[in-house]
Write a protein that binds this ligand. Structure first.
Ligand code: TPP
Length: 295
């Protein structure tokens, strides 16, 4: 994996490291709680954190984000308090969902994170509406919505991208292409070479990037955000990644060929970034251990 730091300072590089480590450490805790029966369901984003974290940090904190079920990194990068998050997943009555559900169908107005719609695709058109509001109020802002590769096969994907293109709305659409939509592999999901090829059909710009490289995600989204605001246009970003765990923790990964798991585990977004920071002498191994212990 090739990391290009560009003009990023050591402080910025370390901030990105701490931000990507945080959701991983929370998830490791969640997997223990799941085995103890203290939580009942979990959608893992392990191995995909660079996308949610890099993209969120590239936006202004007051810009609305529409995340999905694997985007814990959006919630942590917006600094939502841990106690509130854990109350939510444990179904506490005082939680965001008031114990009606214990998953990711919740948001926070204060953090400009919109609760996900379970049907996945409808989340995308909300970003259009937010962008339209920014535009009509003369605010120099963009909105951002996430979808999986499976979500791109829903009709809502077409409607949201087409409207955004025709109405010239400043929306960033992020596809997290993680190889599977539940047990359906991407070769049974779409026929085009790459999902980003669809951008051309809508008359918008698009780019395909390494979704496991946090610097590539962060720098790309920063540039795309400037483009969307300055040009008042949408943009499609396809992030290549892989789902390293089951669709949800109870369902397993029996249908995923072992070699794919092995190849992608070498591309782990945290291990690779950590090695880069040590090689670049931004952090020592001791400092890395200190940060992990502090968390
Ligand atoms: C309309 C609808 N169909 C099915 C589901 C159940 N479901 C939730 S997530 C998911 C897989 C989505 O795949 P993808 O968009 O690739 O995202 P990933 O889970 O891989 O992150 C499915 C089938 C749903 N929530 N809504």
């Amino acid at each position: 994996m090739e990391y290009k730091r560009g003009s990023l300072s050591n402080e910025e590089l370390i901030h990105l490291y701490e931000s990507i480590l945080w959701p991983r450490m929370i998830e490791e805790k969640m997997l223990v709680l799941l085995r103890q029966g203290k939580i009942s369901k979990w959608f893992s984003g392990i191995g995909q954190e660079a996308i949610a974290v890099g993209a969120t940090l590239a936006m202004d904190p007051t810009e609305w984000i529409m995340p999905l079920h694997r985007n814990l990194g959006v919630f942590t990068s917006r600094k939502m308090p841990l106690t509130d998050l854990f109350k939510q997943w444990q179904g506490d009555r005082s939680s965001y969902s008031k114990a009606r559900e214990r998953s990711f169908h919740f948001g926070s107005k204060a953090h400009h994170v919109c609760g996900m719609i379970s049907h996945l695709g409808p989340q995308l058109a909300i970003a259009d509406g937010v962008a339209l509001a920014y535009q009509q109020r003369g605010q120099l802002k963009a909105s951002m919505a996430f979808t999986g590769d499976g979500g791109t096969s829903e009709g809502d994907f077409h409607e949201a991208l087409n409207v955004a293109a025709v109405w010239n709305l400043p929306v960033i659409f992020i596809i997290e292409n993680n190889g599977y939509g539940l047990s359906t592999p991407t070769n049974e999901q779409y026929k085009c070479d790459h999902l980003v090829d669809r951008a051309k059909g809508y008359g918008m710009e698009g780019v395909r990037i390494d979704g496991n490289n946090i610097l590539e995600v962060y720098q790309t989204v920063k540039g795309v955000r400037d483009y969307c605001i300055n040009q008042q246009k949408p943009y499609l970003i396809e992030c290549e990644t892989f789902r390293m765990r089951g669709h949800e923790e109870a369902s397993g990964v029996k249908y995923v060929p072992k070699h794919l798991m092995e190849t992608w585990s070498l591309k782990d977004p945290i291990k690779n970034y950590e090695q880069f920071l040590i090689q670049e002498k931004v952090l020592t191994e001791m400092q890395v251990a200190d940060i992990r212990n502090r968390f």
